[in-house]
Design a binder for this molecule. Sequence first.
Ligand code: PNS
Length: 165
Amino acid sequence: MKTAIYPGSFDPVTYGHLDIISRAAKLFDKVIVLVSFNPAKPNCFFSLEERMEFVRRALSELKNAENVEVDSHDGLLVDYFKRREADVIVKGLRAMSDFEAEFQMALVNKDLHYKAETVFLAADVTGTFLSSSMVKQIAAFGGDVSAFVPHTIINDVKTRLEIKK
Ligand code: PNS
């Protein structure tokens, strides 16, 4: 039984994230989507509860999400990894610009816990430019994010972001 943890801020979850979740769900017996705290992004736009709820709703768009669970963690990823006796950390790589930071995180996690292996999945070519930050920026200015944001959450995302206009 191989358990993978897919950590991230998911502020909000995008089709890029869903693609990684769907592919990870085929590769591993269990995938835990871990809505996490990124100290470099202390001010998420959406609350932890909203981000978790958005991920849960977005998962209903996948055909193969029976082995996917959603959880949250505020602390070191490796501590959660140890507690859940996980096997792998899954990350999506969009472009070379992601690589340096992701490579550093993978090495740090491995150093903190020798069993914490990171597996990178190449982002689908249509999602290589896609990020939650871009989505927030486009939606906040009234742009169309329907190609990027799961349709099960898009109205809530738009409503919340357009309030900031
Ligand atoms: O979606 P993000 O913001 O790029 O995800 C980054 C995240 C949350 C996975 C990363 O910041 C993280 O692992 N945070 C937990 C704290 C931790 O374990 N830090 C040490 C490893 S770099």
